[in-house]
Design a protein around this ligand. Structure first.
Ligand code: MN
Length: 241
């Protein structure tokens, strides 16, 4: 005696089970596809979580990257899907939504996702060596000297009101220090970002409490990666008058 033909319902159950597995596989593949085509992705940090101590503690970096930055990336992607935007790159999303009140929430998350990705690239363990070459020349031209540039940048970080970012940007052929409030980004103003420090409280409060100037100074002297900043001096930014 064998069981098969005696239990046709078992065969049906098997067939249903197989179909269910096929549907689940298709669903998971679809999810994977959606994830692949998300406009914003969070690149892994280019260093270990504890590599920036003592300027930035491992705990600050864990929350900053893993909660704040990750949250902006997820929110930007969710809002892009809901709006069915045609933009396919982070920069296009920022350009399409900047200054448009109906897209304010999407712009905020998109710009924050971009700003944070850029911020991590501006830092490296053992950084802080003054720039060389073309970037050094441009800093001397714009600010007088590296030392004067350093003072002006730290002063800007100390005096900015509320949440925001302090940037070194290329504005045509010259360099400027600008601060942007909240999520705003130089990309939305035709400027080329070269270097940034996040001065939102979540960037430093666990480690420095109210001493924001010490945080900016420590980044400048121990983590700033001016070689990365120099790579952002595009030919367009270099040649424009
Ligand atoms: Mn931040």
């Amino acid at each position: 005696m064998f069981d098969g033909p005696k239990h046709p319902t078992r065969v049906k159950r098997c067939a249903l089970g197989a179909m269910l597995i096929v549907f689940m596989a298709a669903f998971l593949l679809h999810c994977g596809h959606t994830e692949e085509t998300a406009v914003f992705t969070q690149a892994p940090l280019p260093y270990a979580e504890d590599a920036l101590t003592p300027t930035i503690s491992a705990m600050t970096l864990r929350f900053h990257y893993g909660k704040h930055h990750a949250g902006y990336v997820a929110d930007a992607n969710a809002r892009i899907r809901a709006r069915r935007l045609s933009a396919t790159t982070p920069e296009q999303v920022i350009a399409e939504t900047a200054g448009r009140p109906e897209y304010r929430a999407l712009f905020n998350s998109a710009a924050q996702a971009w700003n944070h990705d850029f911020f991590w690239k501006c830092l490296k363990p053992g950084g802080g060596q003054p720039p060389t070459g073309l970037l050094a020349d441009k800093i001397d031209n714009a600010f007088g000297s590296y030392s004067q540039f350093r003072s002006a940048f730290i002063q800007a970080g100390t005096t900015v009101f509320g949440s925001g970012w302090i940037w070194l940007v290329a504005d045509g052929a010259t360099l400027r220090i600008v601060n942007t409030a909240n999520a705003d980004t130089p990309l939305a103003h035709g400027l080329t970002p070269l270097f940034v420090v996040d001065v939102w409280e979540h960037a430093y409060y666990l480690d420095y409490q109210n001493r924001r100037d010490e945080f900016v100074k420590s980044i400048f002297d121990h983590l700033a990666d001016w070689k990365f900043a120099a790579t952002q001096l595009t030919p367009a930014a270099t040649n424009k008058k």
